[in-house]
Design a protein around this ligand. Structure first.
Ligand code: NAP
Length: 287
């Protein structure tokens, strides 16, 4: 990407598909130059070319497996080298079905690397320049799962809850500057998040949000200075309701819903060819 000083620049992690791709599309439309991160080189290259030809935006791509420290540092070094970064979106993420003790310890650690270590290091790399310019926005894509201590969300939900707490603390620390931060907590959204695990939720997806709607709500909330954005009225109501339940009732509800989800995923796993447990083990190298 050629660094032009008059166009804003945004870096989006996990921009190959879903919410990250929708952010990339929307920001290109709004005149941003982009640095897009992902793991699938071809898909990301195609997306970059498409955005360049549609909007005349300049797009750089970075391929990195964010469960690996050396690959996280590749992105981090690029961020540190930037003269300007107007918007950093930590979006890359995934979920794996199964109970905490069924996952390999390395898989559990890999998720913490992707959801927490990478965003922390990227924000730490971006902030000095943002503070110098007194300009910059940061969006951390968490999940509504952060609010629900549901069976199968033990590690995932905790990594996403970390992002909310971290973002709110950053907001407090940055008050008095022009830097805005947001924790975005989408609920079920039609992306490759579930389909890449071999699930077909075509029927259920009729009630899910679309990534463009999530992006729309996030950017609108950022404009209004909202620190935590839960897209969708119904989802906001569910989160609120869950927080009002007596804790012992809440735990039972989480157990019961989570077990239903688990049974559904056990069925999906039985029927598919690829063993998903191996999908997110740190890869040797991804280019
Ligand atoms: N969809 C939902 O229902 C939902 C709900 C709540 C929260 N979220 C959150 O939304 C964010 C975006 O997910 P999505 O729904 O848009 O799913 P998606 O379509 O599967 O996109 C996930 C993105 O993250 C990247 N990614 C995944 N694992 C990675 C790793 N180990 N290292 C580097 N990059 C990795 C993927 O890269 P490649 O494709 O190149 O591998 C892809 O670009 C995630 O943080 C997710 O937790 C999603």
């Amino acid at each position: 990407m050629s660094e032009s000083h008059d166009r804003p620049c945004a870096l989006v992690t996990g921009a190959t598909s879903g919410i990250g791709a929708a952010f990339a599309h929307r920001l290109a439309q709004e005149g941003f130059d982009l640095i897009l991160h992902g793991r699938r080189q071809q898909a990301l290259t195609d997306r970059a070319k498409n955005l360049e030809s549609m909007y005349g935006t300049s797009v750089e791509i970075i391929i990195a497996e964010l469960s690996r420290g050396d690959e996280i540092r590749k992105v981090e070094e690029r961020i540190s080298s930037l003269d300007r970064l107007d918007l950093l979106i930590n979006n890359a993420g995934y979920w794996e079905p199964g109970l905490f003790w069924e996952h390999a310890p390395d898989c559990l650690e890999a998720m913490i690397m992707v959801h927490n270590v990478a965003p922390v290091r990227f924000i730490r790399a971006a902030l000095p320049r943002m503070l110098e310019r007194d300009k910059g926005d940061i969006i951390n894509v968490s999940s509504a799962g952060a609010y629900f201590n549901m069976v199968t969300l033990e590690n995932y939900g905790a990594t996403k809850a970390y992002l909310i707490s971290f973002t709110e603390s950053l907001h407090v620390a940055l008050m008095g500057t022009a830097i805005r931060v947001q924790a975005l907590t989408p609920g079920l959204t039609v992306t490759e998040f579930h389909s890449r695990l071999g699930a077909d939720f075509t029927k259920e997806q009729r009630t899910w949000m679309h990534p463009e709607e999530v992006v729309q709500e996030s950017l609108r909330a950022l404009g209004k200075g909202r620190v935590v954005c839960i897209p969708g009225l119904r989802r906001r109501a569910i989160v609120k309701l869950a927080s009002m339940l007596p804790r012992f009732v809440y735990y039972r509800v989480m157990k019961s819903i989570g077990e239903k989800v688990k049974r559904r995923w056990d069925e999906i796993e039985k029927n598919k060819r690829l063993p998903s447990r191996q999908m997110h083990l740190p890869a040797e190298s991804s280019g």
